[in-house]
Design a protein around this ligand. Structure first.
Ligand SMILES: [Zn+2]
Length: 466
């Protein structure tokens, strides 16, 4: 705790004002490395989400509250420091702070070591040096000098993010709903029995399930990110060979490691998925040996699975996989328990089919839902919540479609470049929808600051053209 608070206080200080630039230059690559690994930069306590989706406000005051007892002895007067921090805070509203919690243990210990060095350096300063350092903080020229490098980096990062929102590396703090079981990352996966011979396997980003039957394992999907660890997970709980393999759908990120299963296993998929796989002719995704159109019941040993197809809720051939005895339902890339779906309705090919999927899922009698992604399993409540989220998006998108005027925008920017008018028109609608929806959902689902815009775009455009 102590470590973390000291760092919370010092880290934004280093980022924003360039205290001890020599050390700062050591820190930035680590931050970049952490960012490159996809760790999020979070706001510390502000949940404001900026319209341009580039936001992050550090509330240094909040952090300072915790910091009094953490400062090294002989350091600057706390009151002065707080005043300074207030000014810095105002001046650097948009500075980002790295989330300590999102760093790996290695990164934390490296960061801590650097911080220790900095604290030692600060401790070795006498009061004059301290005061000089503090007074320099407000000095524009001095700041400019100190900041040249990091400013350049920030400018580039900001520019990149504006031109390419997909490169954003900042995010709002995650709500409790996103929390799942701890995964031992040195092992690389978690395997757990859900009930009576149904197990789920996850690496924290992807998840799937397999069943022991007494006569052989039924394995569903094979996400490449889990890869061979899937086989290890199966070995961990049973000696049974893998005899049956099911495709939830065809997307490579969920089934791209299917070829690791035995050649002589029975490979089952929906007819449309099978057609797609045949066309792709990908050695990593073997062509199914058994296909079906509407429903298929698989009984092996003491287990029973009911497979069903109700239309392209994600892509043509994506199926419901239901274990009636254990009340477990798997449908991949549709419901994301605790989180917003991936952008553009998780790449759903048909907006109305995707939206209708929520009610179809709720027709099933299940206790556990396997969505194929992220941190945890789901329940019917998660489906209800996601349904409500998309109802909000539909309402806000519809309202924005009513309120934003294409002609008014054209009159303002001129009609010589119609694409420009379309772009501003579509973006205004999407942004208005996003601004309405995000504040309502930021505490309820993870990632709504990142992907609501894309859902608003997809749904508002569908309302205009479908
Ligand atoms: Zn998919």
């Amino acid at each position: 705790m102590k470590k973390s608070f000291t760092l919370l206080v010092l880290f934004p200080l280093i980022l924003s004002i360039g205290v001890i630039p020599a050390l700062q230059s050591d820190f930035l690559p680590e931050v970049d490395a952490a960012k490159a690994k996809g760790n999020s930069l979070t706001e510390t306590n502000s949940k404001k989400v900026c319209g341009d989706r580039l936001c992050s406000t550090i509330d240094s005051k909040q952090m300072m509250k915790h910091s009094d007892s953490m400062m090294p002895s002989g350091s600057m007067d706390m009151h002065t420091m707080m005043e300074r921090m207030d000014k810095i805070h105002e001046k650097h509203q948009k500075h980002m702070m790295h989330s300590w919690d999102s760093m790996t243990l290695d990164e934390q210990s490296q960061m801590y070591e650097k911080m220790q060095k900095m604290i030692e350096k600060m401790e070795s300063m006498d009061m004059d040096e301290h005061m000089k350092m503090m007074s320099n903080m407000g000095d524009k020229d001095h700041d400019k000098k100190m900041h040249k490098d990091s400013d350049e980096k920030r400018k580039t990062a900001k520019h990149d993010a504006m031109m390419h929102p997909e490169k954003m590396r900042i995010a709002a703090p995650l709500p409790e709903t996103t929390m799942g079981p701890q995964i031992d990352y040195s092992k690389g996966y978690l395997v757990e029995e859900i009930k009576d011979g149904i197990y789920w396997v996850t690496d924290g980003a992807y998840q799937t399930m397999f069943l022991t039957t007494g006569e052989g394992v039924i394995a569903v999907d094979a996400p490449p990110s889990i890869g061979e660890n899937y086989l290890k997970a199966i070995d961990e709980v049973t000696d049974e060979p893998i005899t049956h393999v099911i495709y939830s759908h065809t997307h490579n990120d969920h089934v791209g490691a299917m070829s690791m299963f035995p050649d002589d296993a029975v490979y089952i998929a929906h007819q449309e998925a099978s057609d797609t796989l045949e066309k792709k002719s990908d050695p990593n995704r073997p062509v199914p040996t058994v296909t079906f159109e509407d429903k298929y019941t698989l009984e092996v040993g003491n287990q029973k699975l009911e497979l069903a197809y109700y239309g392209p809720m994600h892509e043509p051939g994506n199926i419901f996989i239901y274990a009636p005895n254990q009340k477990v339902l798997m449908l991949v890339d549709v419901i994301f328990p605790g989180w917003t779906p991936f952008k553009d309705l998780a790449m759903a090919q048909d907006v109305s089919e995707f939206l209708a999927a929520h009610d179809k899922v709720l027709e099933y009698d299940f206790d556990t839902y396997i969505g194929g992604h992220l941190t945890r399993l789901g329940t019917t409540q998660d489906v209800q919540i996601q349904k409500e989220y998309f109802q909000d998006i539909q309402a806000s998108a519809g309202k924005a479609n009513q309120e934003v005027s294409f002609m008014a925008i054209g009159q303002e920017v001129g009609f010589s470049n119609p694409w420009l008018v379309f772009q501003i028109y579509a973006d205004s609608i999407t942004q208005q929808c996003t601004d309405e929806v995000v504040p309502k959902w930021i505490d309820r689902l993870g990632g709504v600051d990142l992907f609501t815009y894309d859902h608003c775009w997809k749904i508002s455009e569908s309302q205009r053209i479908d």
